[in-house]
Design a protein around this ligand. Structure first.
Ligand SMILES: [Zn+2]
Length: 119
């Protein structure tokens, strides 16, 4: 595995996610777009804020996963499944570069008993 290429890819993704999260939170603070005095307009703005909040939250969740992957990469554990210790499939890492578990564990197989409720 070309760890340098993987690291580059993860760092690039981290920058994108940081940018997205910070753009969304700047918009949420209405720095460039103060809340309107018009009620109907405010409703639209608040709906927009809900979307921005979801974008910001999902970017932050993925950001944490990417940062964890970078730590595993630095520790030499990047391609080992965090649950069962087996190698994670190369094509799975290519598709989901921040994953920490093999396909079997990700699909709930061996890990199902140890994991809490969804959400
Ligand atoms: Zn596994």
């Amino acid at each position: 595995m070309d760890t340098n290429a993987v690291r580059e890819r993860l760092l690039k993704r981290r920058d994108e996610l940081r940018q997205r999260a910070s753009d969304a939170s700047a918009d949420l603070r209405h720095e460039a777009d103060p809340l309107s005095a018009d009620f109907a307009e405010q409703v639209t703005q608040r709906e927009n804020d809900d979307v921005l909040g979801a974008i910001s939250q999902s970017a932050q969740v993925e950001l944490q996963q990417v940062e964890a992957a970078l730590r595993r990469l630095a520790a030499g554990r990047y391609s080992s499944c965090a649950v069962c210790g087996e190698d994670i499939e190369a094509e799975r890492l290519a598709a989901v570069p921040y994953t920490d578990r093999c396909r079997t564990c990700a699909e709930g197989g061996r890990a199902a008993a140890g994991r809490g409720a969804r959400g």
